[in-house]
Design a protein around this ligand. Structure first.
Ligand code: DQA
Length: 141
């Protein structure tokens, strides 16, 4: 499984802890690795601030990874090219957000990837990635 973090998630630790928690991205990735080990899964993490790199990673996922966990950051709300690339990837995906996007600004209530994902996990902070790994495992049977 691959966890794809998008724009500004490399800034965790400096962003509003009320929404995103206090962990840096490196610390979050350590937590995710620990969750994966507990669940008997293999997970790799990738982050970029470049939309084209995120799209290319999705292209590369086709046939090489069994499932994806996506937190595209703000791209979630408007990046149609990422939606198209996820469709091209054609692998089961779970959408994750650290914060409770449904209870924040109106623009965060739109997700261009949601209907392509088997589940959405939002507002559980770092623990949401454990939930997402479980959901993905269920989807993969
Ligand atoms: C986020 C929510 C997005 O609205 C925001 O732009 C982010 C992070 C989250 O994890 O809560 O960068 O995806």
């Amino acid at each position: 499984m691959e966890i794809l973090h998008g724009v500004n998630l490399d800034q965790l630790g400096r962003r509003d802890a009320g929404h995103y928690g206090a962990l840096t991205l490196a610390q979050l990735e350590e937590r995710i690795a620990a969750f994966a080990t507990e669940l008997g899964l293999e997970a790799t993490c990738f982050q970029t601030n470049a939309e084209h790199a995120y799209v290319e990673r999705l292209h590369a996922a086709r046939g090489t990874v069994d499932g994806l966990i996506l937190n595209p950051g703000a791209w979630t709300h408007y990046a149609w090219a990422i939606r198209d690339a996820l469709e091209i990837a054609g692998v089961p995906a779970v959408e994750v957000h650290l914060s409770k996007v449904a209870e924040r600004e109106a623009f965060r209530r739109t997700s261009v990837v949601r209907d392509l994902c088997v589940a959405t996990v939002s507002g559980e902070g770092a623990d949401g990635y454990r939930t997402a790994l479980e959901r993905l495992r269920e989807a993969l049977g």
